[in-house]
Design a protein around this ligand. Structure first.
Ligand SMILES: C[S@@+](CC[C@H](N)C(=O)[O-])C[C@H]1O[C@@H](n2cnc3c(N)ncnc32)[C@H](O)[C@@H]1O
Length: 261
């Protein structure tokens, strides 16, 4: 059986495209894909916003829907901005923001007090709790990568200086995980998916910690499921930020803006 037919028989919807990507793969890689392992884990990279990022087995594969969060972050970042990517996984989101700001995609202006002349990019800090994700992020992120629980490993010197705090944390409600496609459920660890009873356990913790890190006028950007937007926006308001829900049925990001004074 040729490769396209094997992939199609295994249930791969984009068999032709995958066969092209696996053209130089060895038989063990093809067998892994046919057995249901995500294509990105087999290839060792994931495409996100037009770039390739290293991704290892057991690490969350960045999703196209997170491009909304990245676009919002790019629009709020500026050369020299301090950007933190919490729950970074491969680090693709923060790295994509850095790449876009370096190429001049951001239209945001730095605050009058900032000296952005020294650097064309952002000052990026990324955190993940999982050592496998941290190892990938260290290969993808043009900045500092820390291992630990949410903001715990961040340098205290960043307090009050973060211009954009972005996060795509686990947000699947625990009871829904059993209904996820096997590709995610069996190959992305529970810690990358499980957001607790209503999916917002991690997102609420991030809303609570954000005021301790944001610069005046800084933005918190947290991805969630569309139906979770209003609840997460309410949590963000509870912590003193001005909340906005961005997105549509495919992708949702809640923004919390810290006052300028
Ligand atoms: C849904 S994945 C998203 C990864 C990445 N942001 C992306 O969009 O590709 C969530 C990530 O959060 C990490 N994580 C879960 N709990 C965490 C915690 N308490 N502190 C830091 N990272 C955590 C997981 O290891 C996983 O990499």
């Amino acid at each position: 059986m040729d490769l396209v037919a094997r992939l199609r028989a295994a249930g791969c919807v984009f068999a032709e495209e995958e066969a092209e990507l696996l053209r130089d793969a060895d038989e063990s890689q093809v067998a892994r894909r046919v057995a249901g392992e995500p294509l990105e884990h087999v290839l060792g990279w994931a495409a996100f916003r037009g770039r390739r990022f290293v991704v290892a087995p057991g690490v969350f594969v960045p999703r196209h829907r997170s491009e909304l969060l990245v676009d919002l972050a790019v629009a709020r970042a500026f050369p020299g901005a301090v950007v933190v990517d919490l729950c970074c996984g491969t680090g693709a989101l923060g790295a994509a923001v850095a790449g876009a700001v370096s190429s001049g995609d951001s239209k945001a202006s730095p605050p009058a007090s900032s000296d952005s002349s020294a650097t064309p990019s952002i000052e990026l800090h990324a955190v993940d709790a999982d050592p496998a994700a941290v190892a990938c992020a260290r290969r993808n992120v043009p900045g500092a990568v820390y291992e630990g629980d949410l903001d715990a490993p961040l340098p205290p010197s960043l307090r009050g200086r973060v211009d954009v705090l972005l996060a795509s944390p686990p947000y699947v409600p625990t009871a829904e995980i059993a209904r996820m496609p096997p590709e995610a459920r069996e190959h992305e660890p529970l810690g990358t998916l499980d957001g607790g009873p209503d999916g917002l356990a991690l997102a609420r913790r991030i809303a609570a910690l954000a005021p301790g890190w944001l610069a005046p006028g800084g933005a918190l950007l947290v991805e969630c499921a569309t139906h979770q937007g209003p609840d997460l926006a309410a949590a963000v308001r509870d912590y003193g930020l001005a909340a906005t829900v961005h997105g549509d049925d495919d992708a949702t990001t809640v923004e919390g803006r810290w006052p300028t004074h």
